[in-house]
Design a protein around this ligand. Structure first.
Ligand code: IMP
Ligand code: MG
Length: 187
């Protein structure tokens, strides 16, 4: 997923410089990933914990491809307050479900520095689940100070700032059905 396509659907063409992952590619890969998750030994029937806000679209597509019962809960965590630079991590919603002795699958939109996922994994570990796996829609290829990686990733991408399919820039663009890259003037 390294190639940027210059053809951008018309409503977005003056805001984006390109499309990194098309709607079709997303649909195909998310289905495939759901199968991978379903066939992974000892994942069992996990409790899915999704991180708000960015994961909502990926979560919705992914769990509709999972043909077994799955409880779903949400943790709210925000690191990008207003723009591209990570800010202090703030928890905006706690988990409601009891996950003690449960197999947990954490779902997030993107693994960038790893700060968010690492902190969330620590918090969840404190709630004594029997196992924790992580699944992200995108994993950025970059050098990380942190050693965290995702157990499952739909796509690996270069170190671009991306929007769409749930991911925002300053609160906008979450509704794009594909993954795009903003024009330099927007950021
Ligand atoms: P990390 O803590 O640096 O790994 O960043 C994780 C969070 O930052 C993700 O859950 C996203 O919400 C946000 N983020 C990181 N990179 C991007 C991006 O390229 N576009 C939009 N949001 C991003
Ligand atoms: Mg996020």
């Amino acid at each position: 997923m390294d190639q940027i396509r210059r053809e951008v659907p018309p409503p977005w063409s003056h805001r984006l410089q390109g499309v990194l992952i098309t709607e079709r590619e997303i649909r195909f890969r998310v289905k495939q990933l759901a199968v991978e998750l379903g066939t992974t030994a000892n994942l069992g029937n996990p409790v899915v914990i999704a991180l708000l806000n960015g994961s909502f679209m990926f979560l919705a597509d992914l769990i509709r491809e999972m043909p077994f019962e799955i409880p779903v809960d949400f943790i709210g965590v925000s690191s990008y307050r207003d723009g591209k630079k990570p800010a202090r991590l703030v928890f905006t919603k706690a988990l409601d479900m009891d996950i003690k002795n449960k197999d947990v699958l954490i779902v997030d939109d993107i693994l960038d520095s790893g700060q968010t996922l690492q902190k969330v994994v620590q918090v969840i570990e404190g709630l004594s689940p029997s196992s924790i796996r992580t699944c992200v829609f995108l994993e950025k290829k970059r050098t990380r100070a942190l050693t965290i990686h995702a157990d499952f990733a739909a796509f690996c991408i270069p170190d671009y700032f991306v929007v769409g399919y749930g991911m925002d820039f300053a609160g906008n663009y979450r509704n794009l059905p594909f993954v795009g890259i903003l024009n330099d003037e927007q950021v």
